[in-house]
Design a protein around this ligand. Sequence first.
Ligand SMILES: [Zn+2]
Length: 128
Amino acid sequence: MTIQVSTTDARTARALELLATADRWLKITSKTDGRRYYVVPGSNGRVYWARPDACSCPDATHRGATCKHMVATALYVAKVNAERQPKRKASKRAPSFTRDASIGGTIAAPERARLVALADSIWGVDGE
Ligand SMILES: [Zn+2]
């Protein structure tokens, strides 16, 4: 499992902060597209609907960036999946992340698709 987190990359640092609040995230299913999202806290008391491949925050919707919320949900999905399969070798099952210098940190499309599938497969097994 390779996740690059840089102390000089504010986005990944904030994603880790968000990850620490994961026990308070709500899980919702969008009536619009039928997809599942985590409700994660944003700045100024806002909340955003986030999943590893999408987020309702301005960073993602207006700038098309892989925002901290998407990174945080991707990390959370990987964490829950790792905890769920303790007998399997994490090094072969856990997702890795690659960085795209053009937007300062993103999740490569194949990895993102796998994380989305993982997110769907863990739905309902992480305590709710
Ligand atoms: Zn976001």
